[in-house]
Design a protein around this ligand. Sequence first.
Ligand code: TXA
Ligand code: MG
Length: 323
Amino acid sequence: MSNSPFQSVCTADTIRNAAAALKAGHLVAFPTETVYGLGADARNPIAVKRIYEVKGRPSDHPLIVHISSINQLEKWASEIPEYAISLAKTFWPGPMTLILKRGEAAQDFITGGQDTVGLRVPSDPIAMALIQEFERISDSAIAAPSANRFGRVSPTSSADVREELGEFLYKSDFVLDGGNSPVGIESTIIDCSGDFPKLLRPGYVLEDDIMRTTGITVKQNSGLQKVKFSGSFDSHYSPKCRVILEGVPLPGEGFLALSDVPTPVGVQRISSPRNVFEFMQVLYSSFRRADHLNLPTLRVNLPNEEGFWVAIKDRVLKASGGD
Ligand code: TXA
Ligand code: MG
């Protein structure tokens, strides 16, 4: 890609330079344990505006602010319920985002004008080093959505980021390389702005885990959604090919299934993950691979089970254009 942005393996120098770039208003795409994020200074409205332009995302969709620890919570959030503290202490750093009533630092251009803000402490060491360094040199944190074009598949490698956004990034932006994202799908999002936690997006942190931690049953988010929530659109996380969840794959179709499910004759096997964790990890790269192979259809075979499969099914249904 001729105009691809600067891409780096991460030394301590790179982290320092990337944090300085954030402070100067540039964008830094970085690895997290879930998917790659496209970061900007969460207190800089011009830098944040560029995130929306690069993603092609409507500007009233709120962003997640990435902070280094629970100690930063009070700056970005207010009226934090006890159960949210308990969740944060248990699952941070990690693949969980909490929606809380916003604090002084979270302005309209981050929250999409809502009175809540999304916060996450990622566990990926590069993400953590970048956030810590940026917090050290600024009085801010890193706003970052997934580093894909609006409605498309989240990136799980730095090569995916360049494929998605390379033509929209400048030489002064960074794409940090941290290998393949170990979780592979976006964080669990829990709305903590009310009396009880509510699940907005399933992910690696399960309702059962939350039940064990807080003793509270997480409510399913049902009925009308009052906030703009891009992952809640019927069609999201979509590759170009048609994704189908049911039925037997036909000759010429792509096929993603656990390794013990055989491949029918004439069908192109895209990936054969051995368990649910590998399935989660390769889901998005399988979507991309099907597109690279120009397959019209990708048939995804999921076992009819709960637990981690719930989040995978959520993404496959969204990718298939409805649920
Ligand atoms: O794993 C992740 O969460 C990744 C990594 C980079 O951290 N980030 C991510 O961001 O998936 P994004 O913007 O692609 O998806 C976050 C979702 C969006 O659908 C957004 O609308 C929702 O979180 N969200 C953010 N703030 C919110 C708020 N205050 N209320 C409700 N939804 C919110
Ligand atoms: Mg996203």
